[in-house]
Design a protein. Structure first.
Lengths: 231, 153
């Protein structure tokens, strides 16, 4: 066999084909790789705004990669968080780049997620039968905003500290349960090391896990229902 | 596959193989451009070690009672701080110049002794005996209020 066709992809490189054959003979991956998705063309009525879900997904993967790299040098303690972030920015080679991508990526991701949502809203795509996908979308939006809120505290600057004080103060305006929510968010009466620790845990473990799960649901639903029709 | 394509591949000088090569090079440059900064970022260098911003470093006087010594990390290197009298402190590299063991303070002999092969040093780093070939590097140390400050000598 000196050529291999997987959907629209034609492979002629002998080395790649032998790798494919090795896996195919053992696991039979032809059915998985030959999905009709390969043959599907995007409908011509899809424009630039239909790309923003995918762009948002790309931004998320970028945040995951740069976030994991930041974790290599970041220290989540009130004594060292700020120093470690300054150290990343000034001393670690390309640290400024990794942190800059994570910082600006977070902002751009908020913008792309809202453009995506606006398109779904103004085109009425959220209507029957796609209500459940709108719901998972709202969960993803909430997670994205929570990512920003928790991430903002991590460098432990004056700005982060007071933003968190004000932000966690907001729910306390609610009658009866308000103060409990505030104390729950802060892990105590005020913003302290405990707050930093739980924001860190939420930022790097809870939210990534939740977002990955909901993105999977989101995509499975799109694949089941097909892309929506033109306006 | 037509004969024509096979011929083109053999000659290797046609438009298609040129374009394929260009695509390959573009991908290689793009992937390299991503992996190079990541590799540099992850590989430890002098600049990635230690997070102390400035040259000075301090510990609380409570941590080193008079007559005792404490092992600290200064500039990310094991450093021994000895408090001889209330206001008399010394700071030296704690890495023995023989084979790199960590030296200990011996209060009764008033000298630093290496537990590995018994090299002996005084508080100025000078070798008093044993196999150590060179003196210990020293730092400036001073008591200021309730802190012991350590600086590059
Ligand atoms: C697995 C995913 C992620 C990990 C492991 C991660 C990790 C981190 C770490 C260690 C920091 C502290 C370093 C610094 O402040 O520069 C940070 C900051 C931050 N993160 Fe993330 N992050 C992830 C995803 C996200 C996402 C999806 C967003 C927003 C959409 C986000 C928004 C932020 C923000 C706004 C900051 C503060 C940036 C700054 O002050 O420069 N993160 N993140
Ligand atoms: S290592 Fe200290 S005496 Fe040999």
């Amino acid at each position: 066999m000196n050529e291999l066709r997987l959907g629209p992809i034609l492979i002629r490189n002998r080395f790649l084909i032998s790798i494919y054959n090795f896996v195919e003979n053992r696991l039979g991956i032809k059915e998985i790789l030959d999905l009709e998705v390969f043959y599907k063309l995007a409908p011509s009525y899809l424009g630039i705004f239909s790309c923003f879900g995918g762009i948002t997904f790309f931004m998320f993967t970028l945040q995951v990669v740069t976030g994991i790299l930041l974790l290599v040098y970041y220290i989540p303690t009130t004594a060292q968080a700020y120093d470690s972030v300054v150290h990343i920015t000034n001393n670690v080679p390309f640290g400024w780049l990794i942190r800059g991508i994570h910082h600006w990526g977070a902002n751009i991701m908020i913008i792309t997620v809202f453009i995506h949502m606006g398109k779904i809203y103004f085109h009425g795509i959220y209507k029957n039968p796609r209500e459940l996908n709108w719901v998972t979308g709202i969960v993803l939006l909430t997670c994205t905003l929570s990512f920003s809120f928790t991430g903002y505290l991590l460098p432990w600057t004056q700005l982060s500290y007071w933003a968190t004080v004000v932000g966690t103060e907001i729910p306390s305006a609610m009658p009866v349960i308000g103060d409990y929510i505030k104390i729950f968010l802060r892990g105590g009466a005020d913003v302290s090391q405990i707050t930093l620790t739980r924001f860190f845990a939420v930022h790097i473990m809870v939210l990534p896990a939740a977002v990955i799960m909901f993105i999977v649901l989101h995509i499975i639903m799109i694949r089941r229902q097909g892309i929506s029709g033109p306006l | 596959m037509s004969d024509e394509i096979i011929k083109e591949e053999v000659s290797g000088k046609d438009r298609r193989s040129f374009l394929n090569l260009s695509i390959f090079i573009s991908f290689a440059v793009a992937i390299g451009g991503v992996l190079y900064p990541i590799a540099k970022y992850l590989l430890p260098t002098d600049s990635t070690k230690g997070t102390e911003g400035g040259e000075t470093f301090f510990i609380s006087t409570d941590d080193v009672p008079v007559g005792s010594a404490k092992l600290v990390r200064y500039k990310n290197r094991p450093t021994i701080v000895v408090r001889l009298k209330e206001n008399e402190v010394y700071a030296l590299s704690a890495v023995c110049t023989h084979l790199g063991c960590i030296v200990k303070w011996h209060e009764d002999a008033k000298e630093l002794l290496c537990p590995c092969h018994a090299a002996r040093f005084d508080l100025y780093g000078n070798v008093l005996g044993g196999p150590a070939p060179k003196p210990l590097p020293t730092y400036k140390a001073a008591v200021e209020e309730d802190r012991i400050l350590i600086r590059e000598a």
